[in-house]
Design a protein around this ligand. Sequence first.
Ligand SMILES: [Mg+2]
Length: 360
Amino acid sequence: MDLPLNNGNKKTLSRLGSSSRLSSHHQSLAGAPLPGKYKTFHQKKPERLEDVRYNGWLDAMKSSSPTCAYLTKDVGITSDDSYSFWMLKYPSAIKSFEQIMDLAHDRKMAVFLDYDGTLSPIVDDPDCAFMSEEMQLAVKNIAYYFPTAIISGRSCDKIYELVGLDELYYAGSHGMDIMGPVSSNLFNHHLKCVESTDQQFGEDVGLLQPAREFLPMIDEVFRTLVENTKDIKGIKVENHKFCASIHYRNVDEKDWPRVAQCVLAILEDYPHLKITHGRKVLEVRPVIDWNKGNAVEFLLDSLSGMDNCAGVVPIYVGDDRTDEDAFKVLQARGYGFGILVSSVPKETNASYSLRDTSEV
Ligand SMILES: [Mg+2]
């Protein structure tokens, strides 16, 4: 499928064709690369409250909190008991460290790290989710020995600003914006990669942006969401370049239906977008077959193609639902170590656990 890019060039994006939902709207998207073109879509009123309830949105919003454990309803079982029981299936990565090293043997490892809730604690204001100096030093040391990437829902620029380490790879917007130094050779042989001089990095970087066509649409959706939610106290809408995030952590629960209404209305107006749930955050992103798992696959395959990285063993550490796509990739490959950061029992595709960011 040929879709126009922002810079006027054209590029074949086969992954876009993998979504039947997107294909049905191909004509309207293909002819609408400019932000203003989308403005005719979002004139309708938000969905009815009943639709929000019937669609299970409120249940999903409530269950996105880590305090909603699925085992603690059992009669007579305390949350500590539940967690201990859960850890029989997902043992502590700290206590299993020697076992993990034995399983990895002497193979080269690659380390993938989520940011929020993994390297930094979840805080009320996402702009204040800073990593400790101790954690930054630990990540820097890891990157000295192993290829290391930050895989986050935030934009690449924002995550680089928060982490501040040049030696890492960054996959922002849930993997839709992958950036790393050209000198790594990681990006050299991939058809979709381009070189760019990044203002923030101040040097040439390699970029893989499989959803580049959606940039103007996401920007417009961000501005629409800011406008439509401006009367909801405590809400925070962020533009992560390839996705827009709506944080409702500080919104009174009685107003959550209004949040859901505003976001659900976006789906009606922009059929090329979908919603995913994080920890007290809803995220609007393109309907393309690309997520954190794809980003891990791309980076792993690229690393494996490098002379000294054959058979690289991945370790992925993350804390929320979007990280499950990456855990699934490791599970499907049959090697590597998925580590879930959680203080409560959760269903997961990871193999090991850590209780909180202090254990990472
Ligand atoms: Mg996270």
